[in-house]
Write a protein that binds this ligand. Structure first.
Ligand code: BTN
Length: 268
């Protein structure tokens, strides 16, 4: 079907606001898909170049970390996946989540939203007297024979006014519930890709210290947390990240625990 006269596609609009070499230069926008991360993985297997991006208006099976579903109603939010083809060892990848969070926080700050980052992948905003989740990052890698074939950086950002279902309402928020009017999804996407490209290049050259320094500027620290670890739980105050990107929790005896993975539950 031919576009109506005057119709401007996502494709044309995106390109007009990019100052990147690679990020977003190959681009597909889908009205709906299961998950933009899955769509991009297929495209990557067909040879999509580094920097290829897929966005969708809605996801039928959007997913988050730890196998959780990602609330992906139509039209309101940004669901974006970016393809990377790094020549880095797998062990260098975890700080990429922190770097991507920092990029998102910088973009939100420029849009007037004071984002903070909850380790490892949550983008938080102050709402109703507490911090609520406005976005998240899901990085997935495909490997063969121990080498990275590709990496997909998935970002979900709640943008429009969203009426969250009970259960999410208490913990989630959208820019559109805080800013009037909220920035457009397109403006956010362009800013994300423009900022991400330079950040990713610096990370590729300088490694984890670069990602950590950038993440620390927006880190949400000082809160009491509980983390499940094997058969035990650690409770303590989030005080920072170590040089590998692990979260440091300080317990009531002043002992520091490095948390490499798991769900961090914020104690209120
Ligand atoms: C999380 O907070 O646990 C991560 C959420 C990541 C959601 C994004 S939306 C775009 C991309 N596609 C997905 O299925 N997930 C990510």
């Amino acid at each position: 079907m031919k576009p109506a006269p005057g119709f401007v596609s996502w494709q044309d609009t995106l390109a007009a606001g990019l100052n990147t070499q690679r990020m977003g230069r190959a681009f597909r926008h889908l009205p709906e898909c299961s998950s933009t991360n899955d769509e991009l993985a297929h495209w990557a297997d067909e040879g999509a170049p580094e920097g290829a991006v897929i966005t969708a208006d809605a996801q039928a099976a959007g997913r988050g970390r730890l196998g959780r579903a990602w609330h992906s109603p139509p039209g309101a939010n940004l669901y974006v996946s970016i393809l990377l083809r790094p020549s880095l060892p797998m062990m260098s990848l975890p700080p990429l989540t922190l770097l991507t969070g920092a990029v998102a926080a910088e973009v939100l700050a420029a849009a007037g939203a004071p984002a903070r980052l909850k380790w490892p992948n949550d983008i938080m905003l102050p709402a109703d007297g507490r911090m609520k989740k406005a976005g998240g990052i899901l990085i997935e890698a495909a490997t063969s024979q121990g080498r990275i074939r590709h990496v997909i950086v998935g970002i979900g950002l709640n943008v429009g006014p969203v009426d969250f279902p009970p259960g999410l309402r208490e913990i989630a928020v959208s820019l559109g519930n805080l800013l009037s009017p909220p920035p457009s999804r397109m403006a956010l996407l362009q800013a994300l890709l423009n900022t991400f490209e330079a950040a990713y290049e610096a990370f590729s050259a300088e490694g984890a210290p670069y990602a950590l320094a950038r993440w620390r500027r927006f880190a949400w620290l000082g809160q009491l947390c509980r983390v499940a670890r094997d058969t035990t739980e650690v409770e303590g105050r989030a005080v920072g990240v170590d040089e590998t990107g692990a979260l440091l929790l300080e317990d009531k005896d002043g002992k520091r625990h490095a948390i490499l993975s798991g769900e961090v539950i914020t104690k209120l």
